[in-house]
Design a protein around this ligand. Structure first.
Ligand SMILES: [Zn+2]
Length: 234
């Protein structure tokens, strides 16, 4: 499979909200990008598994990614245990990514915290020769963490200004989450709906830190191995 980037989301739509721009840019540059959602978001107040699955498929087309898989580990029942680590490690072996994107461990949502721990430990387990698996061991080059709700100083910020509107389209694919007819909210244009406004504000804030219009932040817990310093900024 040999993917360039494998992005793990806890719930469908997390990926679009947090790293949608990064994935769209990478896909456009010809990189092989995949998304793995850990749960179906079935505990969410709005929509249900069926609806959210349809929305995730629609968003996949907008992101331009090669695959999107859902591991269905249970929304609200996500724990860092051996079974979940094994399932995620097996998935990492299957797709052989160079870079893994995962939620940062410090977050207000318990599922995001659990997901972060599961993915980081599974990334370690994926390289173990004696782990029973249908796939050979695989070592990723880098695991980077994205911020969901909280602020922590990022290691790097990716300029997503050129794909900002596509990212917003991918977010709006989740009609049930942002324009749910069962609530008293109305489906409002992008930038006016409160939540969407907050998301846009976050991207503007991170963009302002690197003097661009919109940015998505990433954190590395480990020193980054850089071969060519100039290519980092090209
Ligand atoms: Zn989430």
């Amino acid at each position: 499979m040999n993917f360039d980037i494998l992005a793990f989301g806890t719930h469908p739509d997390d990926i679009e909200l947090c790293v949608g721009g990064i994935l769209i840019k990478a896909s456009k540059a010809g990189q092989k990008v995949g998304v793995v959602d850990l749960t179906q978001g079935e505990l969410g107040s709005r929509g249900d598994e069926k609806i959210r699955n349809k929305e995730a498929i629609l968003a996949k087309e907008i992101l331009g990614i090669k695959i999107r898989e859902n591991l269905s580990l249970g929304d609200g029942k996500l724990y860092d245990n051996y079974q979940n680590r094994f399932i995620v490690a097996d998935t990492i072996r299957k797709y052989k990514p160079k870079i893994i994107l995962a939620p940062f461990e410090k977050d207000r949502h318990p599922d995001h915290v659990a997901a972060s721990m599961i993915i980081e430990k599974a990334n370690f387990d994926a390289r173990l020769k004696k782990l029973e698996s249908d796939y050979p061991p695989h070592a990723t080059n880098q695991i980077l963490f994205y911020l969901t709700h909280e602020y922590y100083s990022p290691t790097l910020i990716v300029d997503i200004s050129e794909v900002f509107f596509e990212k917003m389209r991918a977010i709006k694919a989740y009609d049930s989450q942002f324009c749910a007819p069962i609530s008293s909210e109305e489906c409002t244009p992008i930038g006016i709906s409160n939540y969407i406004f907050h998301i846009e504000s976050r991207m503007r804030f991170y963009g302002s830190l690197i003097n661009v219009n919109y940015g998505e932040p990433l954190i590395s817990k480990y020193p980054l191995k850089i071969i060519n310093l100039m290519r980092l900024f090209s």
